[in-house]
Design a protein around this ligand. Structure first.
Ligand code: FRU
Length: 503
């Protein structure tokens, strides 16, 4: 063989190795194909969600060294549609003030902070500095709020030299600042999780903060510490309300981590709920620490971490661990003289819709594998149907190993459920919960269901997003069978849409 030929063959082998390595990344077992997950290693909460100059930014709690929680960094990813993501270099590294815990990013259009100019406003990150040394030494004030800013649209970040900007007043859990510009008062408002309540602060320049009020010590669920608040305005029937999201861990509705919300009024200083009911944005075990994108106008889009602190450090995903939910558009709905938050998959999901298969009521009733009917073996898809008269039903996803994920509606107990007790691996943690329930909030006989199924996650949106459940699962083999039993209830307009991989 001459040298030229040898070189050519070596190049071809090298190219083949590179291509193989690339196809493996993002296509490992359990790797989600329609959701953001990190290229490698650990993630938890979404942070700094902000839309700026045509790009959606997602920062996230990240430990780039191992697949378990550790010294927190802010990872970074960008997207044009909140569906396709490109992971960027790490945005914020731990420093001498501590780990970089959760927080938010705002675009300082009026240059109130002086970090940018009026023509070139800064993106400002407001986050918690968590000092592990202080924590270890038994101090109380080891969480403080700090700033970082970017003058190149989020590519690189500088920490503010006078950090922290909001010092801990002696509250052990003092974290997760979410900041927005309150137009009528011409000031920034920060919602901060302060142990068993949310404390609101205001500022003219993001650097000096004044306490305004506290909310929630005697309201809502209190089975654990309050975390990751977000206060957003939403209109319904022409009237504006404010919604306060509050994550809680433990003490979630189905065990461990979950996110509750309150609907009320905000006057620039104080939040007053319309009533004392505890409501949940998602009843499933795997939607936590969710907040909304800032700078998206009236549109409010929520993203949650698809995990639960009970077992997130143990899920068997290999070289990456944990992911985000599908982004969800929020709206308010009146039901029976009360007001609720509905959340539904964002319309941009259509960007990865491949093919829609329609299945009629008769086919649903007479087939025990609907994938055989449409001649597909789908592992990531959207499923929708409607019914005029809701009765108990069950949707079953199954595989050749006899594993099953069952979800549906139980009329007797008037609740939706996802049962993952036989859905696959659960040997990695004793705390991996089995069945999750969501009470039905809607009172109409008509009902609709939308599911987003991915390699190891399912998101259930019932009654226009009023009763939701998000759950992860780990089958030995992909589910290639789908069936629905409906006790005579007519399933109308059943559609299964295959979803393309975002990677
Ligand atoms: C929520 C949370 C936050 C904290 C972060 C640490 O999941 O506990 O309160 O800032 O995670 O990673």
């Amino acid at each position: 063989m001459n040298i030229k030929k040898g070189l050519l063959i070596s190049c071809l082998i090298l190219a083949a190795i590179i291509v193989k390595a690339q196809t493996r990344l993002y296509h490992e077992p359990y790797r989600l194909q329609a959701h953001f997950s990190p290229q490698a290693k650990w993630i938890n909460d979404p942070n700094g969600l902000v839309y700026y100059k045509g790009t959606y930014h997602l920062f996230f709690q990240h430990y780039p060294k191992t697949t378990v929680w550790g010294p927190m960094h802010w990872g970074h990813a960008v997207s044009k549609d909140m569906i396709h993501w490109k992971q960027m270099p790490i945005a914020l590294y731990p420093d001498k003030l501590g780990y970089i815990f959760s927080g938010s990013v705002v675009v300082d259009e009026k240059n109130t902070s002086g970090f940018g100019t009026k023509n070139k406003p800064a993106m400002v990150a407001i986050f918690t500095h968590h000092d592990p040394k202080g924590e270890k030494a038994g101090a109380i004030n080891y969480q403080n709020e700090s700033l970082a800013y970017s003058l190149d649209e989020g590519k690189t970040w500088a920490k503010y030299k006078s950090n922290p900007v909001l010092r801990n007043p002696g509250i052990k859990d003092f974290r997760d600042p979410k900041v927005f510009w309150y137009g009528p008062g011409k000031k920034w408002i920060m919602s901060l999780a302060t142990k068993d309540r949310i404390t609101f602060y205001s500022s003219a320049n993001l650097k000096s903060w004044t306490k305004e009020s506290e909310f929630g010590q005697a309201l809502g669920a209190h089975g654990g510490v309050w975390e990751c608040p977000d206060l957003i305005p939403l209109k319904v029937d022409g009237k504006e309300y404010w919604v306060l999201l509050v994550s809680i861990n433990p003490g979630g509705t189905n065990g461990g981590s979950a996110t509750q919300y309150f609907v009320g009024q905000f006057n620039g200083s104080k939040f007053t709920p319309v009533n004392n009911k505890t409501k949940w944005i998602d009843f499933g075990p795997d939607n936590y620490a969710g907040v909304t994108w800032s700078n998206t106008g009236n549109r409010k889009i929520f993203l949650g971490w698809m995990g639960n602190w009970l077992y997130a450090n143990e899920v068997p995903t290999g070289k990456w661990r944990n992911a985000m939910t599908i982004p969800r558009e929020l709206s308010l709905k009146f039901v029976d003289n009360d007001i609720y938050l509905a959340s539904n998959p964002i319309k941009e999901l259509k960007n990865i819709a491949a093919k829609t298969f329609k299945i009629n009521a008769e086919q649903v009733a007479n087939n025990n594998n609907l994938f055989a009917v449409i001649k597909q073996n789908l592992t990531q898809y959207k499923l929708k149907f409607k019914t005029d008269k809701l009765n108990s039903y069950a949707v079953v996803l199954a595989n050749e190993s006899g594993e099953k994920l069952i979800l549906g509606f139980d009329k007797k107990n008037y609740r939706y459920y996802i049962n993952r007790t036989k859905a696959g691996r659960d040997d990695f943690s004793k705390l991996f919960t089995g069945v999750a329930y969501a009470p039905r909030i809607d009172i109409n006989p008509q009902s609709d269901l939308e599911l987003i199924v991915d390699a190891s996650s399912i998101e259930l949106f019932a009654d226009g997003g009023l009763s939701n459940l998000t759950s992860v699962f780990f089958p030995k083999k992909p589910y290639t069978q789908l069936s629905i039993t409906a006790n005579g209830m007519e399933i109308k307009n059943l559609e299964v849409t295959s979803l393309k991989s975002i990677w």
